[in-house]
Design a protein around this ligand. Structure first.
Ligand code: IPM
Ligand code: MG
Length: 370
């Protein structure tokens, strides 16, 4: 039996509670299907700061590098609002993405039938929605230098961030988007701001050239990112795959999450390039939601985004397609049964906490797997 090495980083806030639900799936799959998952656990974010004074320790970074996949919960909280910038909780997440070279962030926004009325948008706008945002994750303004605040000496300061993209970065992320589109509805919409940004002009050029050279069978459209945000809430079903940079992808994926009913529903996968020798990709899986300090520790958080992130891990890191499909189906069925956490609560449904939601999905998963 092959060993599958998972490194768990629950992080802060509801990250701890939602990761506890994923641990149940790992244990059950080991016990019932001999899945061979080996897990280690580390600290990231505020929890790591409290323990080591860093947003992630070198030892945990090594474990992340050695794992087949990293499962990440969430980081941050008011407790760490005033820690130095370099060791703020988010720095741990950004370091993982950068050091593992996880340039491709896949954020699927799927509106489960049972949740079409939980969205703040009209039911017919979101019903049956299935789009995929492919966000560039290791470049752009989040990482470009200079990145600093300088003192101008006249009582003024200047804050500087640098938006920068090289050809290869745009090429490889658009290739990921085109490849994925081929497995779906074969459509890609690229979003940038070429009307005001040089990096947007280059983005547009390189996506167009990559399409022409290697993916002309895929339908390609371009949209300015602000108009794209508007179109996402106007008629999201016009999209299949959206490819965009780090900053726009961050914003557009939060918008997309509300199309699904709740931020608590959106999983993500962050993938590196395949290793030329083994074909394996470094990968990290995390819910799009944050640590939700306002509800942390109360046992009411929605664990679905975290569980669905584990389903993405089965699919993309371990090629366990059948298990991933079954787990996604189990989530849909449990929602159909009218079981809901508070964030997606509807009239006539039964409201449950984090643990019960996890248990219900696990029971359904095992039933469907039998
Ligand atoms: C996300 C988050 C992160 C980001 C934060 C926590 C650094 O918002 O994954 O979307 O900005 O990328
Ligand atoms: Mg975000």
């Amino acid at each position: 039996m092959s060993v599958r090495k998972l490194f768990l980083l629950p992080g802060d806030g509801i990250g701890k509670e939602t990761m506890a639900e994923v641990r149940k799936f790992i244990a059950a799959m080991n016990e019932k299907f001999n899945a061979g998952f080996e897990t280690e656990e580390g600290l990231v974010g505020g929890s790591a700061y409290d323990a080591h004074g860093a947003a992630i320790s070198e030892e945990d970074m090594e474990k992340a590098q050695a794992a087949d996949a990293v499962l990440f919960g969430a980081v941050g909280g008011p407790k760490w609002d005033s820690v130095p910038y370099d060791v703020r909780p988010e720095a741990g997440l950004l370091r993982l993405r950068k050091d593992l070279a996880l340039f491709a962030n896949l954020r699927p926004a799927i509106c489960y039938p049972a949740l079409a009325n939980a969205s703040s948008l009209k039911q017919e706008i979101v019903e049956g929605l299935d789009i995929l945002i492919v966000r560039e994750l290791t470049g752009g303004v989040y990482f470009g230098s200079p990145k600093e605040i300088i003192d101008l000496g006249n009582g003024q300061k200047r804050g500087i961030d640098t938006q920068v993209y090289d050809t290869f970065e745009i090429e490889r992320i658009s290739a990921v988007a085109f490849e994925l589109a081929r497995t779906r509805n074969n459509k890609v919409c690229s979003m940038e701001k070429r009307n005001v940004m040089k990096s947007g002009v280059l983005w547009n050029e390189v996506v167009t050239a990559t399409h022409k050279a290697r993916y002309s069978d895929v339908q390609l459209d371009h949209m300015l990112a602000d108009a794209g945000g508007m179109q996402l809430v106007r008629w999201p079903k016009q999209f299949d795959v959206i490819v965009t940079d780090n900053l726009f992808g961050d914003m557009l994926s939060d918008i997309a999450s509300m199309l699904t009913g709740s931020l608590g529903m959106l999983p993500s996968a962050s993938l590196g390039a395949p290793d030329p020798k083994t074909g394996k990709r470094k990968a990290m899986y995390e819910p799009v939601h944050g640590s939700a300090p306002d509800i942390a520790g109360q046992g009411i958080a929605n664990p679905i985004a975290m569980i669905a992130s584990f389903a993405m891990c089965l699919r993309y890191s371990f090629n366990m397609i059948k298990e991933a499909d079954t787990l996604e189906k189990a989530i849909a069925n449990v929602l159909d049964q009218g079981i809901r956490t508070g964030d997606i609560m509807a009239e006539g449904a039964r409201q449950v906490g984090t643990t019960e939601m996890g248990d219900a999905i696990l029971a359904e998963f095992l039933k469907l797997s039998a």
